[in-house]
Design a protein. Structure first.
Length: 262
């Protein structure tokens, strides 16, 4: 059951958030109009959602190793794959937004923290087919299912890294000249989120996009989001409640923070 604080945060966000109208930033207006609110059906949506449907009816049970903050819904270690697919995967609306963001910004590299069963990874790869994707998953058995997902989709170039993000992320960042696109969807704790953000900062550039998942998941995540927004290198943020987008655009007189209804 969702807690009262989360519901209150959601309702307060809906009251304050805007749609595309009334946005004075041309960059954000175009982003909202042509990417965030683009609901055009794509062939790839149907193909990936067919894979999701198969995961939803998968009755195999795996042992889940949770290295992060756990789940609001189910903290049992033994979990049915179908239940993980129902409760832990990004819903189509958000997963397809990630596809459109990847397609819009055409990153050369993508880092995903939190592979889960691999559905969002498929969307990211389809959105930016020329990008090299490094996707990280802390749970070995969950990662094993993700490998099956990638094989089913015919993707062989995704680099899946299993283990603790703290151990693996610094090495990936070191071997990339510039970070183009980073999706942080794992270890939903304040200190960990801020640490991953700070590790990325030396490699960000004018066109880097950092995406943080579940920014209202807990009091700590809300605090992490506020600290990220306040960082001197951050110039534009877009708060969609479910995820937060962070940009480093230069040439702006001050920071711009937008709450967008989604």
């Amino acid at each position: 059951m969702l807690n009262f604080r989360f519901v209150k945060d959601y309702l307060w966000h809906r009251i304050r958030a805007k749609n595309r109208h009334g946005l004075h930033s041309p960059f954000v207006y175009q982003l909202v109009d042509s990417v965030i609110y683009d609901h055009t059906a794509q062939k790839t949506y149907h193909e990936i959602e067919n894979i999701r449907e198969k995961l939803l009816v998968d009755n195999r049970v795996i042992t889940v190793t949770d290295l992060g903050a756990g789940s609001h819904l189910n903290n049992n270690r033994q979990k049915r794959i179908g239940d993980i697919a129902a409760n832990a995967l990004k819903q189509p609306k958000l997963a397809q937004l990630l596809y459109r963001l990847a397609a819009r910004f055409k990153p050369r590299n993508i880092i995903e923290l939190g592979t889960c069963l691999g559905i969002t990874t498929l969307y990211l790869q389809e959105g930016a087919p020329n990008a090299h994707i490094y996707t990280m998953e802390g749970c070995p058995q969950t990662a094993g299912v993700a490998k099956e997902t990638f094989a089913q989709a015919g993707f062989k170039e995704i680099e899946l890294i299993t283990g603790n993000f703290d151990d693996n992320l610094p090495g990936v960042i070191r071997k990339i000249d510039q970070l183009d696109f980073v999706f942080v969807d794992g270890n939903h704790q304040k200190d960990a989120t801020l640490k991953y953000f700070e590790w990325c900062l030396p490699k960000v550039h004018e066109d880097t996009l950092l995406i943080f998942d579940d920014i209202y998941w807990s009091k700590g995540m809300k605090e992490a989001w506020e600290q990220i927004k306040a960082h001197p290198q951050v110039t534009v943020t877009v708060d969609l409640f479910w995820i937060g987008l962070v940009f480093f655009k230069s040439g702006r007189a001050g920071k711009e923070h937008f709450l967008i209804r989604y």
